[in-house]
Design a binder for this molecule. Sequence first.
Ligand SMILES: [Zn+2]
Length: 172
Amino acid sequence: MKWKELLNILDCGKYMVQIKGSSKNYAPKIQCFTSNTPLRELYNYAEDQKYLFDSKRNKKNNRKYYASLIDRFDFVIEYYKFRKNEEKVCENKCYCCEVMRIFHHGFKEKFNNQEFEIEFNEDVSKKKAILIIEEKDELFFRKGKRFYWRPQINYDKFILSEHENFEKKKPI
Ligand SMILES: [Zn+2]
């Protein structure tokens, strides 16, 4: 995905997308992304390479900051297959290996307690917000100028173990 596009869909505010020939404002409640490449390696970041060169060898500042990308996510989680014994993990889908959930960003307590707070834009009134959440009797509150909603989410609890700031050994 293009850098600019990713930032646009992660940010609040209007973002028009083409759907079936007409344009609609893209405003999801929750966004999940999956990738087999770590977020830290997905782009060529300014933290690693300050300047970029175009085809004419002109130098320009690299504006892709990892710090500005990670701040737009509530959680960055790696799912990591492992075995307690010394055996090798299966390369294909299986039911024998264990799966570890490694929290690289965000708190596991918040994730496990399903504290996914949906933040409404400042111009969304209480009436409008209640309409959006379809009058569901779930946690709805105000913090400063904005309304928040914490919906009940039923998710698969098929997770075996979890680790925070677990340091994975790099494959040799
Ligand atoms: Zn296995």
